[in-house]
Write a new protein. Sequence first.
Length: 375
Amino acid sequence: MHVRFHVFPKNLGFYPYVWLVYIFLPIINTAQEHGLKMILGYLMIGVFALSYRQLYFASEHGSFSYWLALQMVIIFILSNFYNPYNLFMGFFTASFIGYYTHSVKFKISLISLTIIEALPLIFNTGEIQPGQYLFFLPFIIIMLMSPFGIKSMNKHQQLELKLDEANEHIKELVKREERMRIARDLHDTLGHTLSLITLKSQLVERLITKDPQHAQFEAKEIERTSRAALRQVRELVSDMRAVTVAEELLEVQVILDSADIISYFEGDAKLAGVPDLTQNILSLCLREAITNIVKHSRATNCTVRIEQKMAYVTLIISDDGIGLHEDHHDGNGLKGMAERLSLIEGSLEVLSVKGTTLTVTIPIIIKDQKEEGSP
């Protein structure tokens, strides 16, 4: 499987590139040298830039420490034998020391960096003026303090990540428990009823030629029992927690923001008076449409509009992406969405011109409600 090359981790954006500006300082300092010394200096700066890149991909328990040690060696050579101002390259190393989660490795690396920064200042006392020491001191203090701040920030990010994972795990446990509850309820409430319908159907099959009147009576019983089963299913569905459109819109906004898609909303998401079942199916359609936009559309903007009339609700989702190809109109979950809408007599329209527009229309009053109340 082909793996795409990245100079720096994609999730960090331009952050790693900004720091590369400070590589020009040792390059300028090395330009003052001549011959082999200048060539070796440029080679070490190149290796330092390579180590800077590799440290973003190396793991703490892998080659991370080796690349970090290599940076310290290069900083010592360039600041001791070339120019003391190359000590400021230690800001690169200091930022990576903060990535250590192991406290012993963190302390050893910080002490090592302190020694690396101090030795050139000690060895070059004859060349460095007293005023220059006052110039170096505050920057070195900031450099040696920065790993603590970076470590604290990384620890906070890790805690947030673990919290998100824990919340996802809790959601999965809740879903699993809900599935088990539904399975138990279906077994307890419908198992006996469906078994009874099966037995009575077999009885009608035997009686239809021998005793038509009795068979007709049993057929009526089957109808009554099936209506009771339908009523039990609807009672079971009504007990389930439906996801409202307002709740789903909050989730949708997070999904679009994480995909760098600007979201707009128009209408009233509360949908007062709209049954839970209708809201639940609208929420599922909205989630499916947004998932398709994030995965396939390459859009930069997405608009969600809700229109509520007396007899129906319309949900319109549009984007400015590449649109749908002709052979994809039945794909990307649209077929499943249409089948789901057909259960409550809803409809789906797809328009793919300068992006894609999905229009979902659902009647508020469902015909089956009248049938449910029938004897």
